[in-house]
Structure formats: structure tokens, C-alpha cells
Design a protein around this ligand. Sequence first.
Ligand SMILES: NC(=O)c1ccc[n+]([C@@H]2O[C@H](COP(=O)([O-])OP(=O)(O)OC[C@H]3O[C@@H](n4cnc5c(N)ncnc54)[C@H](O)[C@@H]3O)[C@@H](O)[C@H]2O)c1
Length: 359
Amino acid sequence: MGNRGPELDYRPHLPPKTDYGIGIVGCGGIVNDASLPAYGKHRLNVAGCYDLHREKAESTARKFNIPKVYDTLNDLLADPAVEIVEIAVHPWQQFEVARQAIAAGKHLLCQKPLSDCFAQAVETVRLARAAGVKLALNQQMRWDPAIRAVYDLFDRGWLGRPTEASIQVSLGFELEGSWGATSPRFEVMLHSIHYLDSFRFLFGEPEWVTSRHSRHPLLKNVRGETKTITVLDYASGLQALSAVDLAGPGFDPFVTFHFSGTEGVAYGNIGLLSYPQGEADTLAWRSTKLPSDAHSEAKLEGAWFPDAFIGPVASLMQAIQEDGLPQTDGADHLKTLGVVEAAYVSASENRSVQPSEVG
Ligand SMILES: NC(=O)c1ccc[n+]([C@@H]2O[C@H](COP(=O)([O-])OP(=O)(O)OC[C@H]3O[C@@H](n4cnc5c(N)ncnc54)[C@H](O)[C@@H]3O)[C@@H](O)[C@H]2O)c1
């Protein structure tokens, strides 16, 4: 142990132009805790912000030196300085804001899930495509340093063909009283969606989804599931496991990952325990393809929160200037949502489900 190994390509790549004007709609937790701290580090151009509760927009503007606070959504959408609208409202509020932003010809950065209603998510993607605007999702775990590094290890062939994957999570999140506690579909829709999206990023589309859902016994006022186990089965024989206990008194919490291939293994921790303050991931790996088969430990810079949040917006900016697709394009996100929807059908009907059945 302790050997550094070769350099891994895991840092976000920023496109040449990054000064697009960003208008923020919804100035709550995720914007204050993650998006704006990440954008500040890269000196992005946040043109203005808006919230239904003006005082939230004002305090966000003060904290991050944002020059304008808009009175209405229309005012934000009418401002030519706003080229990208970042929507950061709850999933069931996102469609209406997105619809108006698309009609105003703005590019969009939306939060996951695009909607809690699959048909509405499909309609949002259709509207954006018809209007010729780019739509990216904030599935920033794809830029988490460890997940990117594992992508690089598979991409270079050092781990061989993937054979096993697992992300296992036990957290003591305080859910009672949170906005998510009102949602009938909680853990997979709002949290595991990151792990399922990361599996799709690393391995592509699964054949089958099998999911079991439960709730921590001490939780009283949370509607949806808080403990889930989801297995993705791939045609190659690969199985990917997401096992999450999100809430309740978390004893010795952990967020671990383990990925095996025919030629090696990579494993470590995701720095999520002090959410929303990030901490560094850890990664150790070993490959039969390298001269020494000793374990290497990668020293990764940055964290899932907030550093990975530069990834989706940078990819959106690159797509705008190259007229390409962002890595977390809306149509791609529908496939992640298809896996999420399949997980709910699986849990409620006690069977394995193909994403094509729901998506
Ligand atoms: N990518 C991630 O890791 C991550 C993490 C947490 C939350 N999220 C997503 O971010 C979104 C917001 O979550 P949050 O925790 O910041 O919520 P929050 O409740 O803290 O903030 C939401 C804000 O939106 C405002 N709002 C609601 N409707 C509005 C409208 N129509 N116009 C303008 N403002 C409006 C509210 O007043 C509130 O200030 C959710 O969709 C959630 O799933 C993503």
C-alpha cells in the first residue's frame, strides 16, 4: 500500500468560454451549499437570481456578490444577460419553470430528478429539443473525483471488463421536517438516483432492475422509503449494487464503493459524511496490467460537494459552444429516470423489471 501509481485523469475539463450569464431560479440549500461555492471557485458569471421568497434571493445575492435580484421569473427570463437558467426548485415545481425558460429561448441546467412524473420529464426534454436549447441535468456525481478516476481506470483498460460494482451507504441524515419527507417516493428518486446514474455513466444500460424498499423504524414523519437495495443486472453478467440507509440515528456512517474487473479492482470512500460540507474521497486500486501489482493509492483533489458541481455546467457550456450535447443531456437523464421508475415498479410488484418497460 502507499504506492501513488500513474496519474489519473479525473479533474473536470472546462471549455474555452465560461463567461455565459447564469440566472438562478430558486435560492435554497443546493444553490447556497454547492452550486454557487463551486461556481465562485471557477469565477463563473452569475448574472442574477430569483426566488418566490425574495429574502432568500437577496441573502443569496449578498453572500455570493450576485449583481441582480429579479422581482419575477419573467424579469429574469427577459434579461438578455441571462443565457443559462439554472433551476433549483423541488422536482414537482421544475416543469413549469423549465417550460417558461425554454419558451424564452434559454439554455437550461435542471436538478435531478427532472420531474417526479416521468411523462412530464419526457415533455420537458421534447420542448427543449423543439426549441433548439440545450438541457443539462445536475447529475454531478459523474464528476465526483473517485467516480471519474474509476471511469478513467476502466477506460484505460487497467481494470479489464467490469464484473462487480457496489456503492454502499449508511447515513444519519435528519429527514423529518425536510421538504423531501413529503414525497411519497423518497430515497431512490432523490438520492440513489446519483448512484444509479453513476452506474449508467460507468457501465451503460442495465438489462434488469431489482429493488427492495423499506423505511427506518424510528422515522415517524417521512412518507417515502428511506432504506433501499437496488441491483442492476447487465447483459455481460455484471451486477451493480446500490444499498442505502439514508436516515435514522446513523451509527458509524459510511459511503463506500467497490468496483472489480477481469484485470483489477478499485475501492474507497466517497466524502459525503459531513454533507453538505464535502471531504476528500479515497481511492485504492490494483491492476494486473501494470508492472507492479501492489495497490496504488490515488491522492484525489476536490470533493463531490461542492467541487463536482462545476462538471455539469461546464459540460453544458461546452455543448453550447460546440453545438453538441452536454454529458448529462436531458435525453440521457430520461434513461436514468427509466432505471429509477423501474426500481419503483420492482419494489411495488416484487419482481425484476426492464427499464424499457417503463421508459
Ligand atoms: N445534485 C444534488 O446533489 C442535489 C442535492 C440536493 C438537492 N438537489 C435538488 O435541488 C432542488 C432544490 O433542492 P433544495 O434542497 O435546494 O431545496 P430548498 O427547499 O432548500 O430550496 C428550493 C427553493 O426554491 C424556491 N422556489 C420554489 N418554487 C419556486 C419557483 N417557482 N420560482 C422560484 N423559486 C422557487 C423556494 O422558495 C426555495 O427557496 C431539488 O430538486 C433537489 O432534488 C440536488
